[in-house]
Design a protein around this ligand. Structure first.
Ligand SMILES: Nc1ncnc2c1ncn2[C@@H]1O[C@H](COP(=O)(O)OP(=O)(O)OP(=O)(O)O)[C@@H](O)[C@H]1O
Length: 255
């Protein structure tokens, strides 16, 4: 079985703090995987490393067959800009806090990166951006600025923006946790629709357990830099095996 994401014995430290400890993790092409776990356990760090936003100290990482090492093996994350560019063309990320460019319209927010980074033709990207805005239900907002949109609408633009780069892997880092409760549903609805896309690999960090159960092929409980337990959602939520998983699930489900 080929993996589209592969962490092999990855160790990540921030100073004296070891966040990932000899971490191994594989994701199949098209798989939708959710990472859940206590605050501070390292879930965002997994995504940030994949997005090349964080270096790591030991181990080996592959995304879509591209290694995160220099081919000559000089050590983790000594990749050239060209190499990083290759990786970043395959992976997109949706952050907790939208991160739209405030001085650009919705349409430009979506169009700029594919034109600047992928050197795609502006007209072609615009036409795809229009399709994506229609998909996230915001075509009528294309000439608005982010400050004129609700948080839920901004997050839907952020999802469209990530998709405009045609990533093979899409990472979601707690995409609804900065939203008012009444806006969560509209964003989850868009992600749910994406989850039905066979070819797109999705890795999500979320505290929305019902949603995780609904969209994931696999749920992983992550604690102290390791996966403690994983499984298909019905088995995982219906019959968690590890005491730490049970403890975690009962603490959040009783909140
Ligand atoms: N840039 C940094 N410098 C130092 N420590 C960091 C840095 N980023 C994260 N950490 C620490 O690494 C650990 C893992 O953080 P991470 O954000 O990956 O956890 P998380 O599981 O995503 O938590 P949450 O659910 O609260 O977002 C935490 O103890 C955090 O304080």
């Amino acid at each position: 079985m080929t993996s589209i994401i592969r962490f092999q014995n990855v160790t990540k430290r921030f100073g004296a703090l070891t966040v990932l400890d000899d971490f191994n993790f594989d994701v199949r092409p098209g798989e939708k995987v959710t990472l859940i776990g206590p605050s501070g356990s390292g879930k965002s760090t997994v995504l940030r490393i994949l997005m090349t936003l964080e270096p790591f100290q030991e181990g080996h990482l592959e995304l879509a067959g591209i290694s995160y090492h220099e081919p000559n093996g000089r050590g983790a994350f000594k990749a050239s800009e060209k190499h990083l560019h290759k990786i970043r063309c395959n992976v997109g990320m949706v952050f907790q806090s939208f991160n739209l460019f405030p001085h650009m319209t919705v349409l430009r927010n979506i169009v700029e990166a594919p034109v600047a980074v992928l050197k795609m033709k502006r007209a072609e990207v615009e036409s795809r951006a229009i399709d994506l805005l229609r998909m996230v239900g915001l075509l009528d907002k294309k000439d608005h600025y982010p400050s004129q949109l609700s948080g839920g609408q901004q997050q839907r633009v952020a999802i469209a923006r990530a998709l405009a780069m045609r990533p093979r892997v899409l990472l979601f880092d707690e995409p609804t946790s900065a939203l008012d409760p009444q806006l969560v549903g509209e964003v989850l609805g868009v992600i749910r629709a994406l989850a039905s896309e066979h070819d797109l690999t999705m890795l999500l960090v979320t505290h929305e357990m019902r949603f995780a159960r609904e969209v994931s092929d696999r749920v992983c409980f992550f604690d102290k830099g390791r996966i403690v337990e994983q499984g298909d959602p019905d088995r995982f939520f219906g019959n968690p095996e590890q005491p730490r998983t049970r403890e975690f699930l009962s603490s959040i489900l009783n909140d």
